[in-house]
Design a protein around this ligand. Structure first.
Ligand code: FES
Length: 57
């Protein structure tokens, strides 16, 4: 499922960034994948994906 439409980033891609690239918060996700740096509409959803991925580990 797409989380960030501006950058075409899926929940899968965010999970991968958290697990493999050490992304731990929105700032790091923005720096890594651009998520949230355009319209900002995806920020809340993206944060939830980060949180649930961290809890899963
Ligand atoms: Fe992510 Fe617009 S949907 S910045």
């Amino acid at each position: 499922m797409y989380i960030c439409l501006c950058y075409g980033v899926t929940d899968k891609a965010i999970k991968k960034a958290v697990k493999e690239d050490g992304v731990g918060n929105m700032r790091e996700l923005r720096e890594t994948l651009g998520v949230g740096s355009q319209c900002g509409r995806c920020i809340q959803m993206a944060q939830q994906v980060i949180d649930s991925t961290i809890i899963d580990e």
